[in-house]
Design a protein. Structure first.
Length: 163
């Protein structure tokens, strides 16, 4: 495959619609589907793998599928973490609950970026969906997902909460 700008733009225009349709059928969200396809093209441009011209469409569709599956796994892990946090909160006595909330707030204040804190606040405190949070912050729903996933991982690691 030739990686000059014109050839890459042609490759993008020819394959984007097919990749987007497949991605949307898997993630069922327009922003996430666009992000997945764009991620595939970004990695293709960055890594410039040697792919035969007659294999490029199959490669792009497989890469898109894999990117979508990765996103879906992240979502599933995030949901499990949220359920685990809810379960642990329900188990705690009032005093333990208050102590855990203080620890959690301290971890959030000291270990997360301002953007991470804002995403968590909008999603959990204000009970906004990913898309609503994304709209308020001017980012994609996929970026909201990434902020939440990374933030929960930092919190889990700091508080030593099992997966």
């Amino acid at each position: 495959m030739d990686y000059n700008k014109q050839a890459f733009e042609h490759l993008f225009k020819d394959n984007y619609p097919h990749m987007y349709r497949m991605a949307f059928s898997l993630v069922e969200n327009a922003d996430d589907a666009k992000d997945a396809v764009n991620q595939v093209f970004s990695l293709l441009w960055k890594n410039k793998p040697q792919i035969a011209d007659d294999s490029i469409r199959g490669y792009l569709l497989a890469a898109t599928r894999n990117q979508c599956l990765h996103l879906l796994r992240q979502r599933q892990l995030q949901r499990r973490m949220e359920l685990e946090m809810q379960y642990r909160m329900a188990e705690c006595e009032d005093a333990e609950h208050e102590e855990l909330m203080q620890q959690l707030q301290q971890v959030i204040d000291s270990n997360l970026t301002e953007q991470d804190r804002r995403v968590l606040q909008l999603h959990y405190d204000d009970e906004m969906t990913y898309q609503e949070t994304a709209t308020v912050l001017g980012i994609s729903a996929s970026a909201v997902n990434k902020h939440i996933t990374q933030s929960l991982a930092k919190i889990r690691q700091t508080l030593k909460i099992a997966k």
